[in-house]
Design a protein around this ligand. Structure first.
Ligand code: AVI
Length: 321
């Protein structure tokens, strides 16, 4: 309990934390080397991502915020007061604050795998939103999940902004949406922001900005592995590459080895050819028709969707069947 009748309770579903070393080795042992994008997000990586969202070339955050500002009153009108907002990936950001402000929900359930970050941001939001019950859940939201019993009888609204859906492979995106549907239950709402396909030059600029922030974000994954796993990547011998893959409909980020070199992680050695690519991220883009088809296939109907005037970004209000 906190405040006058305001509740705060933490539910730890103890997500299995995979062994980082074995996951990294598996990726580096493949013929096409790869690392999971989740390794971007150490403290420095999170700061760099925050800086990316402010870049002139990185339109998604700004465009989504403008869509929120324009359409949240209508969204709030449709959903009504007193619901429970379930946010996938916990945020102290502007977006969740705007949503909580607009909806006046009874409860907020941020779900995140990173316990300390989740608890800290949840406490700040609880302090800032008087009367809002906050029930943070530490869980891997790509797996099946239960909500705290305290929100069992509240209508639910899932929230997944930022086009984070784009970082899932299409099959995983379908599975994730089905899980959201199961969590929020029949007639539950799901508000999701999704980046659209567009001119590849615009996309490539958004992922290879002039100030080099995205390059630093990409290279920071190596700094992270050096620190946590004691690897010896020579960061200056890798180059950031971002390319739109027309066939797959995604931006792909790589780190290109600038020379033939060997990297050690403990006793294990990995060799890179000159010019070899290490894949670090896919960011899928969806035409509205493609995303609407995905939503249908996952068991949702779309109540309404909004695009900005350039058709760069989509905000979708879905309802589970
Ligand atoms: C977090 N995610 C939605 C970002 C994206 O656009 O795919 C991550 C990012 N990678 C490079 N820039 C931003």
């Amino acid at each position: 309990m906190s405040g006058a009748g305001q509740q705060f309770a933490f539910l730890d579903l103890q997500p299995e934390l995979n062994d980082m070393f074995s996951e990294v080795c598996t990726g580096l042992n493949q013929s096409a080397k790869s690392l999971s994008p989740k390794f971007f997000y150490d403290e420095r990586g999170s700061q760099l991502f925050e800086a990316i969202t402010q870049l002139p070339e990185y339109y998604p955050t700004r465009t989504e915020l403008a869509l929120f500002a324009a359409h949240l009153p209508e969204i709030a009108e449709r959903i009504g007061k007193g619901c429970c907002v379930v946010e996938y990936g916990s945020g102290s950001s502007l977006k969740i604050r705007q949503l909580l402000q607009a909806l006046s929900p009874a409860a907020y359930v941020p779900v995140d795998i990173s316990k300390d970050y989740l608890l800290n941001t949840a406490k700040v939001l609880s302090a800032d939103f008087t009367g809002l019950d906050v029930f943070p859940v530490c869980a891997d939201f790509t797996q099946n999940m239960v909500l705290p019993t305290q929100v069992a009888n509240l209508p639910r609204v899932g929230f997944f902004p930022g086009s984070s859906i784009g970082n899932f492979e299409p099959a995983q995106a379908l599975q994730f949406m089905q899980r959201v549907g199961a969590t929020i239950g029949p007639h539950g709402y799901f508000l999701i922001g999704v980046d659209c396909k567009k001119d590849p030059l615009v996309l490539e600029r958004a992922y290879a900005d002039g100030a080099g922030v995205t390059a630093e974000f990409n290279l920071n994954v190596l700094v992270h592995l050096n620190r946590v796993l004691g690897a010896n990547f020579r960061v200056e011998q890798f180059q950031h590459v971002a390319k739109y893959n027309e066939e797959q409909g995604c931006i792909q980020m790589f780190l290109r080895s600038e020379c033939a070199q060997q990297v050690n992680i403990g006793e294990t050695a990995f060799s890179f050819d000159a010019g070899e690519l290490l894949h670090t991220e896919n960011s899928y883009k969806y035409m509205p028709s493609e995303f609407l088809a995905l939503a249908e296939r996952s068991g949702f109907r779309c109540l309404k969707h909004w695009l900005d005037e350039r058709d760069y970004f989509g905000l979708y209000l879905l309802q589970a069947r």
